[in-house]
Design a binder for this molecule. Structure first.
Ligand code: CO
Length: 494
């Protein structure tokens, strides 16, 4: 046994116990200027980084079955013109969070398998889900919105992070309607005289699924909305845009809700992945009259996230992170016991889509385990050269994300900045320098959990030379549990 354990230690570039501690809840809410800084924060870096993710990994003493079920907690890191940096975190005070905190009881089941105490009798026919608002946070139309794909957005005050309440996007959504947590920001919308616009989608599941596309102007008003029906159950977390199309990849999954309704399983445990079946790429035009969508088949494995898409020489290209098999949520398993060695890595594929021939050619761009990407904001939907993405320390197999990879899609050149063995990274955010002329001329901001010190750091890396020492490392006074998505705005909120 001792031999086995020391062997494991030798081959792993992380400590499992330290990795697990990154899933400890952070029940406290902080508000302070960051003083413990190594290096120097660039003066031109001004704005606010908003991040979202589960803040509580248990509810009133009952541990969650899956971190995706955790109550959303927003972090705001404000970079001021005087070089100071301010940190603040607040829970989204959703109806469910407030009820559970006030009553001291777990009231809701989680979508990803968390059951209320009391066994199936206490969970049967309980489809009352909690809007946990934990997946993404965007600043758009002068509103800060916390997003979760199964319910309405929550609006927060961007300065104080106080929860204002459910936001129906000025009447665009009806009560009970949801919108995805993965909007895409078109930097220069052709239909809007080159103005930026936000594109998002929603899915209404049923025997067939209704996909609705929404486009919003910078002031938050609705520009366009159109709906399309696809057969079967859809599990689509993310999508991609080009100037003329929305691309949605329908994973080869089926959904058997019976164990969920019977209180035996969470909804997420009832999704079955069929690795031998093809995925369906749904291509929806963005321009009126929204002529009929196209549905093409390809083998893509399972996809949560896309990196980007673009049009070139009459083809569409889609870059995505693909898993050969779905890391399925299974009953009676603990996510903290995840056996990384037995999971397939997320790998980057490029899909070349020929709309005339109706063919899709996949090509692997990167075999190293990757997840959570970002690119230069002006290249969303356009041909691009650089991507930044979370990656494992080792270049083979699945493992926790401990490094950031910069991939040059023109030359294939790679740069890796690793925080192993004690550092665990979240989604990198690329912020261009104010007068930048080169695509990678900017900063890569990343929140890193330091398992050794049990605290989190905000690290600023140089986008042009990712491998060099960090420009600055800002030590928080505490840890923030592993997060999901976030966004940068050049407005300074404090
Ligand atoms: Co996501």
């Amino acid at each position: 046994m001792t031999n086995l354990m020391s062997q494991e230690k030798e081959t792993l570039c992380y400590d499992r116990q330290q990795w697990r501690q990154g899933y400890q809840s952070q029940p406290n809410e902080y508000d302070y200027f960051i003083e413990d800084i190594e290096g120097k924060v660039p003066e031109e870096l001004q704005g606010t980084l908003f991040r979202n993710g589960p803040g509580l990994l248990e509810v009133q003493g009952t541990p969650l079955k899956h971190p995706f079920d955790g109550d959303g907690m927003i972090c705001a890191i404000s970079f001021l013109p005087n070089g100071k940096v301010h940190f603040r975190n607040r829970f989204v005070r959703t109806e469910g969070y407030v009820k559970e905190q006030n009553t001291g009881k777990m009231i809701y089941r989680g979508v990803f398998g968390t059951q209320k105490p009391g066994g199936w009798l206490n969970n049967i026919f309980d489809v009352n889900i909690k809007n946990i608002a934990n997946t993404n946070v965007v600043y758009w139309g002068n509103k800060l919105l916390a997003l979760w794909e199964a319910a309405e957005p929550y609006q927060l005050d961007p300065k104080t992070l106080e929860t204002i309440g459910i936001d129906y996007l000025d009447g665009v959504l009806n009560p009970g309607e949801s919108i995805s947590a993965h909007p895409r920001f078109d930097p220069t919308s052709e239909l809007d005289k080159g103005q930026p616009c936000l594109v998002n989608f929603s899915i209404k599941p049923g025997l067939s699924s209704k996909i609705t596309i929404y486009e919003f102007a910078e002031n938050g008003s609705l520009l366009r909305r159109h709906s399309h029906t696809v057969p079967g159950f859809s599990f689509i977390h993310d999508f991609a845009i080009t100037p003329h199309y929305c691309l949605l990849l329908q994973n080869p999954v089926t959904f058997n809700p019976l164990p969920y309704f019977l209180g035996l399983k969470g909804a997420g445990e009832c999704v079955n992945f069929h690795p031998k079946k093809p995925s369906q790429l749904i291509i929806i035009p963005r321009k009126p009259p929204y002529e009929k969508m196209k549905v093409l088949e390809t083998n893509a494995g399972f996809v949560f996230h896309h990196i980007n898409a673009f049009e070139k020489d009459n083809n569409i290209y889609l870059d995505s992170i693909c898993y050969d098999s779905l890391p399925q949520v299974k009953p009676n398993t603990d996510y903290k016991e995840t056996d990384f060695e037995n999971l397939d890595p997320g790998q980057i594929y490029r899909f070349k889509i020929d709309l005339n021939k109706e063919t899709i050619d996949p090509e692997m761009l990167e075999s190293r385990c990757c997840e959570f990407s970002d690119i230069h904001p002006n290249n969303v939907g356009r041909n691009y050269r650089y991507l930044f993405i979370g990656t494992a320390h080792k270049n083979q197999g699945n493992a926790p994300l401990q490094a950031i990879l910069k991939l040059d899609l023109l030359t294939g050149k790679k740069q890796v900045h690793s925080f192993a063995p004690q550092g665990y990274v979240g989604e990198p955010i690329f912020v261009p320098k104010p007068k930048a002329t080169r695509e990678d001329e900017g900063w890569v901001l990343v929140m890193v959990y330091d398992g050794d010190k049990h605290r989190s750091d905000i690290v600023i890396l140089d986008g042009e030379n990712l491998e060099k020492e960090a420009i600055a490392t800002l030590h928080l006074k505490h840890h923030i549990p592993y997060g999901l998505h976030g966004n940068w705005t050049s407005e300074v909120f404090i």
